[in-house]
Design a protein around this ligand. Sequence first.
Ligand SMILES: [Zn+2]
Length: 155
Amino acid sequence: MTLLRPQSPGTPAPVPSLFSAQYWEGCAQGELRYLRCSNCHLAIADAARICWRCHSRNLRWEVSGGRGRLYSWTIVWRPQTPAFQVPYSVAIVHLDEDIFVVSSVIGCAPEDLAEGMELAVEFHPVNDAIKLPYFRPITGDIRNRSARSDAPPPA
Ligand SMILES: [Zn+2]
């Protein structure tokens, strides 16, 4: 059975910007961060400079509970560069905070992905400085595990 897995360290990595650095610091610490507007309380998934609803510059970082549901996905068999191992998923996850993030689901077969399946975030290193957020289906075995756990999946 083909199992979706995290990419091995050494694949092309994101380069934090002035605005996204706090997001990537959160990932390194096992936190999935997002911005919230202090004026209108909108949750924003991107490393934005202003609120796209009320145009306030008063945004603050918050930490997601790391849970959500699979909204949409595709399976990649022909990667952008040979550095990526296939197959992998590119997934849109609808977080419980009502924001949508692009990530990758791991820990199941591609054919097991289903709209609305419950997911929990976990982080895997791509190099010494950057960890990427991935999402794993919540099953009976891991339902009670911490969302921040780096533990391998149950055998
Ligand atoms: Zn706002």
